[in-house]
Write a protein that binds this ligand. Structure first.
Ligand SMILES: Cc1ncc(COP(=O)(O)O)c(C=O)c1O
Length: 406
């Protein structure tokens, strides 16, 4: 009797090689498996929340505060925007992909007088032109997506921070797919609002938004002519309710903080485990790990005869955007890899949805343990769909890259 094998049948879930949500380290999963605690309990405040907020400062490379709230990356972006922007304030939005467009829409909703600085998808950012545009527009804020997850590109946030400073603008940075995977130097780069989510390179569950806030951003909030329109997500309220007096807030030192939104205790505990693991690993090691894993993935992809989508000088080390071979539908590759080989990758987004696939190397998955099987499954899936390359070429090239990195 001949049997066609479905390799994914024995798995109870696909391995998440999408660019987030990503795989969770075991201690993070364990932190979710506990009886409920009470969010306003003193123990939770002192033993869970406070160490996390302090640990997150190291992860964000800031001496300022990192606010943690229920939500996702978009919550952080919206909370940041609505807290510093008043209707009619000018904002210059760098739009280099789907998530730059998201920031533009958020600016629209908070009533900003926004100007878009469009960048062709996958292309480099022209810093000289941006400088001139910033001088022309004189915005209150400049926004940038550090790592465009839609195109697999990383933009020069430090340089954009300098431009923002040169025109006296606040610098709002989306680090949803970069924080804890790429070097993000909040203070050194002059980032005023560092806005991100829990579920990508931090390797924590989806469900928390994080915002690092600079003293300049607090001042901008304090100088507002009108209060922010949101009750729950006004960061100034968080400052008053959340931050101890000795660190500039209004919570008497030693007293428990109040919560503008009740904190999800399980997700917070899991974030605590994730932060502990990141700091135990050390940031330089973590960034290098992401760099080597993404390099190996790219070498593997090249050996299979596939091309990367973006300009080769701005390739992201956390998400790889790869062109599919002519005649092979990205959605078919994703379905085949998931259904037959148990590995989930993503298609491109919006206008590159039908020409690219995306693979994440984020947190736990930035390692040979995940990259090598993914390349193997990609090769098999492409073969099933009619695209032939040397069997094992991708895995061999990636293996060599890992070996070279020592
Ligand atoms: C760069 C970037 N910004 C914003 C978002 C939106 O974040 P979330 O899905 O957590 O709301 C994403 C999600 O993929 C992203 O990659």
């Amino acid at each position: 009797m001949s049997v066609t094998i479905n390799w994914a049948q024995c798995h109870t879930r696909p391995v998440l090689m999408i660019p987030g949500p990503t795989e969770l380290p075991f201690p993070v999963i364990q932190a979710l498996n506990a009886p409920p605690t009470i969010q306003y309990d003193r123990f939770f405040d002192e033993q869970v929340l406070e160490p996390i907020t302090l640990g997150l400062r190291d992860v964000f490379q800031t001496a300022g505060e990192v606010i943690l709230m229920p939500g996702s990356g978009r919550t952080a972006l919206e909370a940041g925007a609505l807290s510093v922007i008043e209707p009619g304030d000018r904002a210059l939005v760098v739009g280099a992909g789907q998530f730059g467009l998201l920031m533009r829409e958020i600016m629209n909703r908070v009533g900003a007088d926004w100007t878009e600085f469009p960048v062709e998808w996958g292309a480099r950012l022209d810093l000289d032109r941006l400088q001139k545009e910033a001088e022309r527009v004189r915005p209150k804020a400049i926004t940038l997506v550090h790592n465009e997850t839609s195109t697999g590109t990383t933009y020069p946030a430090a340089e954009v921070g300098k431009i923002a400073r040169s025109v006296g603008a606040l610098f709002l940075l989306d680090t949803v797919s970069s924080i804890a995977g790429l070097d993000v130097q909040t203070d050194a780069w002059g980032v005023d609002l560092n806005m991100t989510g829990s579920q990508k390179c931090l390797a924590a569950p989806l469900g928390l938004a994080l915002v690092g806030v600079s003293p300049r951003a607090w001042e901008a909030m304090e100088r507002r002519r009108t209060p922010a329109r949101s009750w729950a997500y006004d960061l100034l309220r968080w400052k008053e309710w959340w931050i101890p007096a000795s660190r500039g807030g209004k919570v008497p030192d030693g007293a428990p903080r109040r919560q503008p939104v009740s904190m999800p205790t399980h997700l917070t505990a899991a974030m605590g485990a994730a932060v502990r693991l990141i700091l135990e690993e050390g940031l330089p090691h973590r960034f290098r790990r992401h760099e080597v894993a993404a390099t190996a993935l790219r070498r593997g992809v090249a050996a299979m005869g596939l091309e990367m989508f973006p300009d080769p000088t701005i390739l992201s080390n956390t998400v790889s955007s790869i062109r599919t071979p002519k005649g092979v539908e990205p959605a078919a590759v994703v379905a085949r890899m998931r259904d037959q080989y148990g590995i989930l990758i993503g298609t491109g987004l919006d206008k590159i949805r039908t020409t690219t696939i995306r693979i994440g190397t984020m947190g736990l998955t930035a390692s040979p343990q995940y990259v090598l099987p993914t390349l193997g499954a990609l090769e098999l899936a492409l073969r099933d769909l009619g695209y032939k390359c040397e069997p094992g070429a991708g895995v061999a090239a990636a293996q060599a890259a890992f070996a070279d990195a020592g």
